[in-house]
Design a protein. Structure first.
Length: 585
């Protein structure tokens, strides 16, 4: 799925291309046509659409499509008195080619009267590598510094360099996924299915219908967007190329088809074999139509399977799936959530395997029903109505039980609203238990404790400072929107006083989950050693700040040969309080 290959396939098959919203493309064309154009670098990961943007800018500025298709590494276009230089992939250039071009680029972007402008596309690492291999002169060094600043902070401290940089990997992939679903499911090519002999029972058309859903508020789309957003906030990016593959696999997946993907010729055989339920879109989202080895090697499905959907469950969900057909307490929900879906829900195949499993004969092959059970958990995650999602603890079907709360917090903070108090209490309680190594219940104050050194001791009995969570005396602990380009979305903000800058702790969904698990009683090291070490490093930062403050205020001084130590003592209700001990030195 490279841009060049796609263009050849479109011409060969005479198919109208899928078009997606491209706000950057419109901005680039407008800028290059304007009175004061600025050179631009497009960066990102493989599959983000960098070559697509370069080609579309070329054609929008009047470039010949046939010339572009000749495949030259560097394209030059005269536009009035200006010359545009477009490089669709900087990594394709040899060092001697890229070095000469980079030197000219560095010179032109620093020249206010230049008539030559550039559009470069390069992956993150390749961009910096090519800059380092360019001729070592002041102009290139100055350009390299600007590019590094733009990559890290999005801003340049050198106003003399007329250059903009856009990182496509920072585009919201969840929004892109919804746009791809819209473009694919409404494509004119589906008109060819009219009059097809397979009729409404075609699994390909059934999966398309489920993707179309009931609009933007359809549970399937909402839950898929949530998974993609959570993955991205955890640092796993979904390029456009992967999202296209995901939607194609969701529609066409079937384990019995060649390469795990159906075409129209496969449908009649699948219907005759009675295995249409294996084409479930809810399984295909996780690549379960593919051979296990292939799905595990595909980055797209590795990221989605990290949520454990299908393997994770709750007693209530499994009671519904296993006993719901015969249990009067679950009869209404079973009818609504299982029997109502005659295609992928309580099908005859599922009911038969369920009966065999419950009868429990010694020679029963239970793997058939356990596999079906896994598929039903995946289906319920995407189809549970919002009204029942809370009753069945939707996110218990994933390894991220607090993901729903995390998304709620991120949404409220991005809208300028206050985070739910329950979320802040949970985070503070989790931090306190990590900082002290005790099951403290304090949630209206942060208990900063130490073991007498900066060592990462599991238990810290000495109280260093109690920091008020509600604003009091200049102190405050709060949840705020993360300022780091939305990389995490949520941060803990700790204010000590009006003179000291606030201290921030970015919270990814994994860190948030870790704090939630610890807050409810899990041992820190049993869930994530990496998260535990990250939070102990945050604690060390706080301890250094308080040490500076005590040194200034003289609190560490020994008076009359006596030093006061404050030990942490737990009340019967679990709240930490200081117990002073005077030590003679």
């Amino acid at each position: 799925m490279y841009d060049e290959s796609i263009q050849r396939a479109l011409r060969r098959q005479k198919i109208k291309p899928i078009t997606l919203p491209a706000p950057l493309l419109d901005r680039l064309v407008e800028d290059f046509r304007g009175e004061s154009p600025v050179s631009h670098i497009i960066t990102g990961t493989a599959g983000d659409g960098k070559t697509y943007h370069c080609r579309e800018v070329w054609t929008a500025l009047g470039g010949d499509v046939a010339t572009w298709n000749e495949g030259e590494k560097v394209q030059r276009l005269d536009f009035g008195e200006r010359t545009f230089v477009i490089v669709k992939d900087l990594s394709e250039l040899r060092d001697n080619e890229s070095g000469e071009l980079t030197a000219a680029f560095a010179k032109d972007v620093a020249n206010p009267s230049t008539r030559t402008f550039y559009l470069f596309a390069a992956n993150h690492g390749q961009l910096l590598e090519k800059l380092k291999s360019a001729p070592n002169n002041d102009a290139v060094a100055r350009l390299t510094k600007v590019v590094e600043d733009l990559l890290v902070t999005g801003k340049s401290a050198d106003p003399g360099i007329a250059l903009e940089l856009t990182d496509l990997s920072r585009s919201p992939a969840a929004e892109t996924a919804m746009a791809i679903i819209e473009a694919v499911t409404t494509h004119e090519g589906w008109e060819g299915c009219e009059g097809c002999g397979s009729g409404s029972s075609c699994p390909i058309l059934e999966n398309r219908r489920r993707l179309i859903g009931e609009g933007s508020h359809d549970p399937f789309r909402q839950r898929l967007a949530a998974l993609i957003e959570l993955s991205e906030r955890n640092g796993s990016h979904f390029p456009v190329r992967q999202l296209l593959a995901l939607i194609a696999n969701a529609i066409l997946g079937h384990p019995d088809a060649r390469d795990g993907l159906m075409n129209c010729n496969d449908v009649s055989a699948i219907q005759s074999a009675g295995t249409a339920d294996k084409a479930s879109i809810y399984r295909n989202i996780f690549g379960e139509n593919l051979r296990p080895s292939r799905a595990e090697k595909t980055e797209l499905f590795r990221k989605l399977n990290a949520f454990g959907i299908g393997a994770e469950t709750s007693n209530r969900v499994d009671n519904l799936l296993v006993y719901g057909a015969d249990d009067p307490a679950h009869a209404a929900d079973y009818a609504e959530l299982m029997r109502a879906d005659t295609v992928y829900g309580a099908t005859p195949a599922y009911a038969n395997s369920q009966r065999i499993y419950l009868e429990g004969a010694e020679d029963t092959d239970r793997t058939v029903f356990l596999t079906a059970l896994r598929s039903q958990r995946q289906r319920l995650f995407f189809t549970l109505p919002d009204a029942k999602a809370k009753d069945y603890d939707l996110w218990d079907l994933t390894v991220f039980r607090y993901a729903g709360l995390y998304l709620e917090v991120a949404k409220k903070l991005s809208a300028g609203q206050q985070a739910p108090r329950a979320a802040l209490n949970m985070v503070v309680r989790g931090l306190n238990r990590i900082f002290t190594g005790m099951l403290v219940q304090n949630q209206d104050e942060l208990v900063l404790a130490t073991s007498g050194s900066y060592s990462q001791s599991k238990r810290s009995p000495l109280l260093d400072k109690l920091i008020s969570v509600p604003r009091s005396g200049g102190e405050e602990v709060s949840l705020v929107a993360d300022a780091n380009d939305g990389a995490f979305g949520v941060s803990v903000r700790l204010v000590r006083d009006t003179e000291t800058p606030p201290i921030f702790l970015p919270l990814s969904p994994t860190r948030f989950e870790f704090l939630g698990r610890v807050a409810e009683g899990a041992l820190p090291s049993s869930f994530s050693l990496e998260c535990h070490e990250d939070l102990l490093a945050f604690k060390a930062r706080l301890l250094r700040e308080t040490e500076k403050r005590r040194r200034i205020e003289g609190d560490d001084e020994v008076i009359n040969g006596e030093l006061v130590l404050r030990f942490i003592e737990l009340n019967p209700d679990g709240r930490a309080q200081p117990r002073r001990v005077i030590v003679r030195v």
